[in-house]
Design a protein around this ligand. Structure first.
Ligand code: NDP
Length: 328
């Protein structure tokens, strides 16, 4: 391969919808922008699974390099804030959806989307955290901003997944008593090893329940939505708050107004994609101080570009544990 060409997973439009294949491409195949990055690691997220399978219209234009996040080294820059050699991380902003993303050895993006890696975090660790970890940190930030402090019981749903497992780790590091709701009892040891004090079986929150149940949780991070989120809302203690960021279970929310009007419960929406740069920069800095390399390694496995198509089925089936980094 010449220095001008590099490997990429490419999604192209076909009559049947889309086809995804490994290709050798050049920078001419990337969109025009002010910073070119030598991608060292990307990560594999639920949304990437949807994108590779052509679901939920994640990929908006074709041809497209999927991959909603990446970390690497600046190769060329026309942006005064970045110079060749800078270590950077990118999550969100529609990259890997409507702008070619991280499943390629090179990416060209707007400098304003990039965050310089905090001191002490490698590109591999940044992607072990990735969009999922940043989202988990933003959820914790949202609960704290609302006044939910360490001491009370908190619940994390989808706990063995990417967002959930980092949320469990962050909350336990901050001194919260964390319960982990999971559909996989087989992950109990793993969840306890990352800081869960108690395991809650997903089945106990899966069926339609009463509008209000016993006051159990002061805070919650929800990654699954649907009936589970409705039951979490019904189980919140007076004045509690739920940071909701995901839809791994369902997109609907069959709740009532009672948790809100009788228990003063707050539902805090969390989005990482268009999160303002100042907030994401401080979230990355906080992640770097809260997690140590062993914490990150414990929830991470590494794959190559070739492994991604089959991993898409696994992540959509809820079978992936923790975080998956993609080595470029
Ligand atoms: P993962 O697939 O890694 O984790 C999702 C977890 O949800 C699974 O591991 C499983 O956990 C649980 N789950 C899966 N299917 C169901 C189901 N049918 N009912 C209830 N629980 C289920 O995904 P991520 O952690 O990467 O993402 C989680 C969610 O957050 C996704 O919906 C994603 O789109 C969203 N997200 C949102 C962001 C934002 O900016 N708002 C950013 C990043 C992600 P277990 O086995 O423990 O039950």
């Amino acid at each position: 391969m010449s220095t001008d060409s590099f490997r990429a997973l490419m999604a192209r439009k076909t009559e049947a919808g889309q086809a995804v294949a490994l290709e050798t491409i050049t920078e001419a195949d990337l969109p025009a922008a002010d910073v070119t990055v030598e991608v060292e690691y990307s990560s594999f997220n639920y949304k990437d699974g949807l994108a590779l399978k052509g679901l939920s219209r994640i990929l908006r234009t074709f041809p497209m390099v999927p991959g909603i996040d990446f970390a690497g080294t600046v190769r060329a820059s026309d942006n005064a804030a970045f110079a060749p050699g800078d270590k950077v991380v990118l999550t969100g902003w529609g990259v890997g959806e409507s702008w070619s993303g991280g499943f390629a050895q090179r990416a060209r993006v707007k400098g304003e989307w990039l965050v310089k890696l905090p001191e002490g975090l490698t590109t591999r660790q940044a992607m072990a955290i990735g969009t999922a970890g940043l989202t988990a940190m933003l959820c914790v930030d949202a609960l704290e901003r609302y006044g939910i402090t360490a001491g009370g019981d908190v619940l994390v749903t989808g706990a063995a997944g990417g967002v959930g497992s980092v949320a469990v780790r962050l909350l336990s590091r901050l001194g919260y008593k964390v319960s982990a709701l999971t559909g996989r009892r087989s992950e109990e040891d793993f969840l306890k090893s990352i800081g869960a004090a108690e395991i809650v079986d997903r089945d106990t929150y899966a069926a339609a329940g009463r509008p209000l149940a016993g006051e159990r949780w002061h805070g919650a991070v929800d990654t699954v939505g649907g009936q589970v989120l409705a039951n979490v809302l019904a189980s919140m203690a007076y004045g509690g708050a739920v940071a909701a960021c995901g839809l791994a279970g369902a997109t609907d929310l069959p709740t009532t107004v009672f948790p809100f009007i009788l228990r003063n419960v707050a539902l805090l929406g969390v989005d990482s994609v268009n999160c303002p740069t100042a907030r994401r920069t401080s979230a990355w800095a906080r992640i770097a101080t809260l997690l140590d390399p062993a914490d990150i390694e414990a929830v991470t496995r590494e794959v190559g570009l070739d492994d991604l198509p089959k991993l898409a089925d696994a992540i959509l089936a809820g079978q992936v544990r923790g975080r998956t980094v993609v080595r470029l």
